[in-house]
Design a protein around this ligand. Structure first.
Ligand SMILES: Cc1cc2nc3c(=O)[nH]c(=O)nc-3n(C[C@H](O)[C@H](O)[C@H](O)COP(=O)(O)O)c2cc1C
Ligand code: SF4
Ligand code: SF4
Length: 246
């Protein structure tokens, strides 16, 4: 069983590749969060996987909440794969404190955090996806063989980033008041449809942000006409979502 969460498709792609290679079933954490799917009991000997993006040097809260709700039988082979633009800090160590993980990996993928930084230049996006593609078969083989591997890009000052900086992000980084929509919005409704926390509602055909945003960046990156901005932070920045060909 593989539980995945993804804002802009990087983690979904990795999760789908792992599911293909292991034959395991995929469950979207959003479906569990919104009550459409129950947490599934593990069959004897079944492996348990988590695939998700790093959000401010931790797992997204929805993933942490799911992990807290799970009852994992002792001896389960559990693994987690965190995708990140650069470094994961203590993300996997902190998840391991909730669900004991036999193996942990990071995959460096294109950055989607345009609230802070810009998107990666196209050659960097292409190189990151190519590298991930080349590495996936080995990781899948490791999982199939039940190996114990920790291959994680922790980065610098991990303790400070995964604690102090994470708490700052939690407090100030999910402020939906900064979202606004520009005139080119076509009222297509995609942002409302894809928001994992259902915090966007179309009013008179235009998105309005309510509470509950987790800053996953899906709405702003997927808008087909780049009509969404987050204060002045995202003006003149690129937009990113996963495609195999860039
Ligand atoms: C709110 C937020 C916080 C992020 N924090 C980090 C981080 O701490 N370290 C990092 O390397 N990348 C960070 N990123 C980048 C994402 O982890 C990375 O682009 C990831 O692959 C996106 O996966 P997804 O497409 O499945 O959502 C952050 C992105 C977002 C939206
Ligand atoms: S995705 Fe973009 S164009 Fe479509 S409704 Fe939302 S803001 Fe408007
Ligand atoms: S409103 Fe927040 S949670 Fe919803 S899609 Fe946009 S960034 Fe993600």
């Amino acid at each position: 069983m593989i539980y995945y969460f993804s804002g802009t498709g990087n983690s979904k792609w990795i999760a789908e590749k792992i599911a293909e290679g292991t034959g395991d079933q995929l469950i979207n954490v959003v479906d569990v969060h919104q009550g459409r799917v129950e947490i599934q009991p593990l069959k004897p000997g079944e492996k348990l996987g988590f695939v998700f993006p790093v959000h401010a040097w931790r797992a997204p809260d929805m993933v942490t909440e799911l992990a807290r709700r799970m009852k994992v039988p002792a001896g389960t082979y559990a693994y987690a794969v965190a995708t990140c633009g650069e470094e994961a800090g203590l993300t996997l160590k902190l998840l391991n404190d909730i669900v004991p993980l036999t193996s942990t990996y990071t995959f460096i993928m294109p950055n989607n955090y345009i609230f802070g930084f810009d998107v990666d230049p196209t050659p960097v996006i292409q190189a990151k996806i190519m590298k991930a593609k080349d590495r996936l078969p080995e990781v899948i083989e490791n999982i199939n063989q039940g190996l114990k591997i920790n291959d994680v890009a922790v980065g610098t000052m991990a303790g400070i980033k995964s604690n102090f900086t994470y708490h700052l992000f939690n407090r100030y980084g999910k402020n939906t008041k900064k979202f606004f929509v520009q005139d080119q919005c076509t009222s297509c409704g995609l942002c409302e449809e894809i928001c994992p926390t259902n915090c966007i509602k179309l009013e008179k055909g235009k998105p309005v942000w309510t509470s509950g945003c987790i800053a996953c960046s899906a709405c702003i990156n997927y808008c087909p006409v780049n009509a969404i901005q987050f204060g002045s932070a995202t003006v003149n920045k690129g937009r990113y979502y996963f495609k195999e060909e860039w």
